[in-house]
Design a protein around this ligand. Structure first.
Ligand code: NAD
Length: 491
């Protein structure tokens, strides 16, 4: 690891085995290089699952379903608590792997990703034991109706690379809690943390309840999505991937749970606390190098504070620390790959080729090792610009000026995306009115980005329709059933 900007003193062993039917096995498919994006160096090689191994994993999950689906919520909750404890005990090692594989600062992976991951397993352990529903009763004389919520079957869970272990938790915990069995596929770029967890899962859960297969989307991913024994596909990923999955799922009428991209509007009114806005956008526009579907990336600034905001935010963004050899100094990491970095660079290049867009700070690839891109702020952007309309998924924030608040709300809603949004004003009444009109799965008031396990996370429009976190997610991973009993007994 010589020359690495983020040294990890005690690098844990890099485990590369898949988990199929309770066994840790080497992949027999194509061999994938696993890189450290902070250095560009090869960390290890992982053999993907072969077609036969994907088949074995699905059949194992199918066999395990009968037993697992009949366990009680209490039994499943205890096992989920065991997983949470195992993750907590190994949090330092898992955070190190997450940091190596994503390039993200180790202290942030430990403090944010791992804590949230543990909490998600603990939340679903509790939530599955206290679900609520419709009242049973006699809605037809002589018949008693009751409602059940039952698991769906084998779920194929397909995750992205931006928060590998946390996304795994968002998918695995509610699906298992609800009584489903799983085949989980991490992103081909970031399998290390979930593969490190595989031996613990193998020890804690009955064979076949969770299977982990590595591989790319077109091979392993599309095999999972088209298999007739898979009853539901859960994807967090790109809109185009969601569309492909919907097409494949249509052939066997699978349930789908889609969490897709985002382009979060941030409406800043003249009466906002500007210092709070600057601190919020500096942090949550650029967190995880902007590789976040809720990133505060599309600012609408009211004319009265526009110039001050642009100047002060520009200074704040240019002070973001990254690519330092001392992990504790870094606030953000690199992009996941050269491909992603080049994609971000080409978005910015196209934006700056337009005369009305002004570079305030950044807008260049960082020189030195790793896939870093400078935190970038662009002003003078117009509603129709590509950089305002499309998800960049990198450390790039735009500012668009507005006069009337109704205009900003219309522009915010004029988007294919519908995941997250925020409104910044000291007038709570105004904030509530704006929040009611925004067509987004979440609206923060005088804040951005904060998630809690108890509240639903998910989008509208092309951002998808699955809900992660909260008891709503348990509903997504289960099916409602009506049981009706006729009684002829006269009392
Ligand atoms: P991606 O769509 O390229 O990949 C996501 C996963 O889908 C990977 O595991 C990939 O192998 C798999 N995949 C790709 N093609 C497939 C196919 N044809 N069949 C089956 N599986 C396939 O996305 P990414 O680049 O890893 O992640 C970035 C995207 O994820 C961004 O658009 C981002 O907004 C989105 N995202 C959304 C949320 C959310 O909560 N809404 C959270 C994180 C990321």
């Amino acid at each position: 690891m010589a020359g690495a900007p983020t040294p990890h003193s005690a690098t844990p062993q890099l485990l590369t085995s898949l988990l199929i039917d309770g066994e840790l096995v080497a992949g027999q498919g194509f061999v994938e290089l696993i890189l450290n994006p902070a250095t560009g160096e090869v960390l290890t090689h992982i053999a993907e699952a072969s077609t036969e191994q994907v088949e074995q994993a699905i059949l194992a999950a199918h066999r395990a379903f009968t037993g697992w689906s009949r366990t009680t919520p209490q039994q499943r909750a205890n096992l989920l608590l065991g997983i949470a404890d195992a993750i907590e005990r190994n949090a330092d090692a898992l955070a190190t792997l997450e940091s190596l594989n994503c390039g993200k600062p180790l202290h942030l992976a430990r403090q944010d990703d791992l804590s949230a991951t543990v909490d998600v397993f603990r939340f679903f352990a509790g939530a599955v034991r206290c679900q609520t529903g419709q009242l049973s009763g006699e809605y037809l004389p002589g018949y008693t109706s009751m409602v059940r919520r039952d698991p769906i079957g084998v779920v194929a869970s397909i995750a992205p690379w931006n928060y590998p272990i946390m996304m795994a938790a968002w998918k695995i915990a509610p699906a298992l809690a609800a009584g489903n069995t799983l085949v989980f596929k991490p992103s081909e770029h970031t399998p290390l943390s979930i593969l490190a967890l595989a031996p613990m899962l193998a020890q804690l859960l009955p064979a076949g309840v969770i299977n982990i297969v590595c591989g790319g989307g077109e091979g392993v991913g599309s095999h999972l999505v088209s298999h007739p024994k898979v009853r539901m596909v859960s994807l967090t990923g790109d809109i185009v991937t969601g569309q492909k999955i919907l097409q494949a799922a249509a052939r066997t009428l699978k349930r789908t749970h889609l969490e897709l991209g985002g382009k979060a509007p941030v409406i800043v009114c003249n009466d906002a606390d500007i210092a709070a806005v600057i601190e919020g956008v500096r942090t949550y526009g650029y967190y995880n190098a902007g590789q976040d579907c809720t990133a505060a990336c599309r600012i609408y600034a009211q004319a009265g504070i526009h110039d001050t905001l642009v100047a002060e935010l520009g200074a704040a963004v240019s002070s973001l620390r990254f690519a330092s050899k001392r992990d504790a100094d870094n606030e953000i990491g690199p992009l996941i790959s050269t491909r992603q970095r080049d994609r971000v660079a080409s978005f910015v290049e196209r934006a700056l080729s337009q005369p009305h867009i002004e570079r305030i700070t950044g807008a260049a690839v960082h020189s030195g090792p790793g896939f870093f891109y400078q935190p970038t702020l662009l002003a003078g952007c117009k509603q129709g610009d590509e950089i305002v309309q499309r998800e960049v998924f990198g450390p790039v924030v735009t500012v668009t000026r507005f006069d009337e608040l109704s205009q900003a709300v219309d522009w915010a809603n004029d988007s294919e995306y519908g995941l997250a949004s925020s409104i910044w004003t000291q007038n709570l009444d105004k904030a509530m009115q704006v929040a009611a009109r925004l067509q987004y799965g979440c609206t923060w008031i005088n804040s951005h980005f904060m998630l809690v396990s108890e509240m639903p996370h998910g989008g509208l429009k092309r951002s998808g329709y699955g809900k992660d976190l909260s008891s709503d997610s348990l509903q997504d991973y289960s099916v409602v059933r009506h049981i009706m009993a006729r009684s002829s007994y006269e009392l």
